[in-house]
Design a protein around this ligand. Sequence first.
Ligand code: SF4
Ligand code: SF4
Length: 367
Amino acid sequence: MASKVFMADMKASSGSESLVKKLGKLFYKAGFHELIEEDDFVAIKQHFGEPGNTAFIRPVFTREIVQIAKKLKGKPFLTDANTLYTGERSNSVDHLNAAIGNGFGYATVQAPIIIADGLTGKGSTEVEVNLKHFDKVRIASEVLDADVLISLAHFKGHELAGFGGTFKNIGMGLGSRAGKQMMHSAVLPEITESECIKCMQCVKHCPEDCITINENESYIDHEICIGCGECVVTCPTDAISVEWESTSEGMEERQVEFTYGIVKDRKNVYINFITNVSPDCDCAGWSDRPIVNDIGILASKDPVALEQASLDLVNQAEPKGMLEDRDLKPGENKFKAVHPSTDGGVRQIDYAAEIGMGSKEYELVSL
Ligand code: SF4
Ligand code: SF4
């Protein structure tokens, strides 16, 4: 059966048609207001953007959702989890500073931020899923206490998964550091001996005592290593690397399994912003020109239908930016054109449908 996907387009000629106002209308039209009850903890999950990135969802949209959640007597908070890689969001202090720097301070969004996996990314809780890749997934702990999860996903390109939308925002975003390692690679970290300066930082931070550093050798005991990624972020010389999987499909499926572990047994709101559709993820400290003009905001209770509709709209749109001179036919996968080593993100939708998370058939309902 086709699922309803509600859409707010970009057309506006008066204040009542502003995209911020349309977002509020979309929330009610999709019936999300029925999900929030008095005193519910409402986790609003979005990517706050790596410093330097300008394509992430603007805080004014987040504030609109916060205000609605408060009006419905919920207790909204913004959330995300720390990154696996070294950058400016790999611990809560840096992450909060980056978020506030990008405009997500309380004065603007009117809700606190809680980084869901704690100060250093160790807050990880196992959730049973019993799926193809994992029996259990490791989720950033704090989000599991939320009654309602509102996913505000920026729909854009992603170098490993083709595109990043709802499944990326929830599954990859809210996996704990150990969980992110599980999704990114079936291979555990390795030390490149020639790059190791024997500083012992990795040994100090390894929770499993499985790293050996001495004058003659530096290695990780893969029999004991749990793949938490702690050593990867603490190594000052990048001597410890994760071997990324060569195809995107496996990672896409694992990302979906994490999403399943987070959304099952929870009340969920799924919203995709098809605006500033940059070729790369918001984890990049830059934003290239969008590959299509802004399309609008989509919302649905069905994450599969939402992702499929978003992908179809982007693929039907006229190519822009780095794709402007490419001879792409209408409907051709633009994310595959941008990231040829991926499948254009198709597998994540197919797999989510296969495990019963929703339907690829949808009915697009305009506001
Ligand atoms: S991934 Fe975690 S457990 Fe494995 S070596 Fe690194 S710090 Fe230790
Ligand atoms: S943190 Fe990096 S450089 Fe330091 S001992 Fe470990 S592998 Fe070597």
